[in-house]
Design a protein around this ligand. Structure first.
Ligand code: PHE
Length: 456
């Protein structure tokens, strides 16, 4: 039986470009559209952007390189990776905590994706046509306070990503993201041209690119560091799982750097698509998360042909969300197929059904479960908070500690240089120094703050 398992060839990404699109597809997500612009709006525009860049370089990127390396070395799911690299030691718990984090993120993320997809249809059928934010706010609360709508749209999202995951790594994830990511760029550029050619658009650009450091506090720095985890999909095994599908000749630091830059580019482009239009029509830029579902529809309605652009905008948001959700769902599916030897169909269907139960907690947070508040938060907020603020930094911390202190420079050099075929000793040394000392210290501070041990 075991021989049979070992003999079955492992699925993986087939081309260098496929690797980039799949990994970029995981990083780009609702984070770029739902979290990034509103955080930039609240925290001093370009000042936050600069801060975020520094945090990604020192925190997100090193953890991403670490995860990809571990996965490719072990060629296994997130749990088995640690069992292989450190047998009979408890490091596998990192992978297990990661699978839990993937679950929690998916539980609320699929609901935000559900709203996005609902908005594509609502925009197309003219149900969101008002320039008054109070009216669009009522439309949004109508959606989230309807248990039936919230659940049905979420189930649609779950069914969609399950179908792609069942198709496999190369035939499902790779093939899909190779189409979605370029399409997303094209749609983004179309919306940008519209936004920038509105009268008064320049004010939005000034806001986005002129730094206001008076709004930056230590708490902002921590927010930026935490965001770099969520943005680059690290700290929970996604990148370990994807790394295990990387080709042997893939340059890991080069790929990670490209993905990071591509992801930042999309965040900035999303800002350029949103803020000029927001300012052109005199809306408030710092509206927090409601920016996406309340302000933006009103903004689009204020412009000629706004309905068309609104549909395109939510379509691109849905494309972004899909690549991210695929990578999240792949974490438990890879584990179940490899460890329990389940078929891909069985693993995906089981995971999706369990997710539908967890996810209902998030979907119903705006309606029948609105008053269920363990730890003073709705389930939706609790899933988001516990994964983003606790599990991801915790996973990231231990991944750095594993790579820096347990694995060691020799192994790191081997995997990052593709067994000596790449001449990148300087990058290896720099990476190793950062991941051994600097990143863990920074992540530890983020974690203490997330747990409320220190208050900055
Ligand atoms: N990076 C994704 C985004 O920005 C979210 C994500 C987090 C995906 C963790 C996978 C793992 O939306």
């Amino acid at each position: 039986m075991n021989k049979h398992v070992a003999a079955r060839p492992r699925d993986g990404f087939t081309t260098g470009l496929g690797v980039i699109f799949a990994t970029l597809g995981s990083a780009i997500g609702l984070g770029n559209i739902w979290k990034f612009p509103s955080l930039t709006g609240l925290n001093g525009g370009a000042a936050f952007l600069i801060l975020y860049l520094a945090c990604t370089l020192l925190v997100g990127l090193p953890v991403m390189i670490s995860e990809l390396s571990l996965g490719r070395r072990a060629r296994a799911n997130a749990v088995t990776t640690f069992e292989k690299l450190a047998p009979r030691q408890p490091w596998w718990l990192i992978g297990a905590a990661g699978a839990l984090a993937a679950f929690l993120i998916l539980a609320f993320y699929t609901e935000v994706a559900a709203w996005v997809i609902a908005y594509i249809f609502k925009a197309a059928f003219g149900q969101l046509s008002s320039v008054d934010p109070q009216v669009t706010a009522a439309a949004f609360s109508g959606l989230i306070s309807s248990p039936v709508q919230s659940l049905l749209w979420q189930w649609l999202v779950l069914a969609m990503i399950a179908a792609i995951i069942i198709a496999g790594v190369s035939k499902g994830i790779e093939r899909m993201t190779k189409r979605l990511v370029p399409a997303l760029f094209v749609l983004l550029l179309i919306v940008i041209v519209r936004s920038l050619t509105l009268p008064g658009a320049s004010e939005g650009l000034v806001f986005l690119f002129r730094p206001d450091f008076s709004k930056v506090t230590w708490a902002t720095v921590l927010v930026a560091m935490g965001l770099s985890f969520f943005k680059l999909s690290v700290g929970m095994g996604t990148m370990i799982t994807y790394g295990s599908y990387f080709r042997a000749d893939q340059n890991i630091p080069g790929t990670a750097a490209r993905v990071m830059l591509g992801d930042v580019l999309v965040s900035i482009l999303a800002g350029i698509a949103i803020f000029p239009a927001v300012f052109a029509f005199g809306f408030e830029p710092d509206a927090g998360p409601s920016l996406l579902f309340i302000t933006i529809p009103a903004v689009f309605n204020a412009m000629p042909l706004g309905r068309v652009f609104m549909v395109l905008f939510f379509l691109l948001a849905a494309f972004a969300a899909t690549g991210a959700m695929l990578s999240l769902l792949e974490v438990p599916v890879a584990y179940l197929t490899e460890r329990l030897n389940w078929s891909r169909v069985k693993a995906t269907v089981t995971t999706t059904l369990i997710l539908a139960v967890f996810g209902a907690g998030a979907a119903l947070s705006g309606s029948i479960l609105a008053n269920l508040k363990p730890f003073g938060m709705t389930l939706f907020d609790l899933y988001d908070f516990s994964s983003s603020n606790i599990l991801l930094p915790l996973g990231g911390l231990f991944i750095c500690l594993f790579v820096g202190w347990r694995w060691g420079l020799g192994e790191v050099r081997r995997v990052l240089s593709n067994d000596g075929r790449l001449r990148n000793e300087r990058i290896v040394q720099l990476f190793f120094g950062v991941v051994k000392f600097l990143t863990p210290i920074l992540v530890f501070i983020v974690l203490l703050n997330g747990l409320g041990v220190i208050k900055l």
